[in-house]
Write a protein that binds this ligand. Sequence first.
Ligand SMILES: [Zn+2]
Length: 186
Amino acid sequence: MERWTRVRARAKGGEMETVIRCFSCRALVPDIEGPTHRYMTTAPGCWKLYGDLLAREFSDYFDRDIHGLTVDTYAVTHPGEPQRVAIQSVDAHLLRIYFRLEKGWSGERAPAFMKKIVENDELKEQFTWLEPPLFEDVMNVTDVLTARDFEEHKALVNAWARSVWDVWKDKHLESIEMLADKVFSD
Ligand SMILES: [Zn+2]
């Protein structure tokens, strides 16, 4: 009993942390109990690390442009199940990444763009479930958390987004381009 208590206490201090692979993004994350998102399915340890990353972005590394890319990239590596709310979320985040990385948009255009999608029910009805690619060899939240300063953080978020976008693009570029055309067809 005493030993068990000590091991547990040490684990809490971070020295004996067990890690598991997030079933969605494949990151090695702490094996913990905890809250997760309503429809972005993620291991609790992955959700916790994402929270740590966001905390950095809201304090030392504040940059709206980079923050948008972080949110989009995390979302599309945790697509959840094929239900309406998840489909709309994943497609919208993929579109933002598409316009940013393929069309060279600045992140400043993203909020207005998201509003255009969110307020257009007819458009959202046309969103379909895109079977997620495998994320085995792409970067994940743990890579971004290795940044030692803001410059590194920016570079890592950009590299993370690019590596995730590449696997989505390989599988679904045509469908995403069709969706992109619909956004501007009205
Ligand atoms: Zn994950």
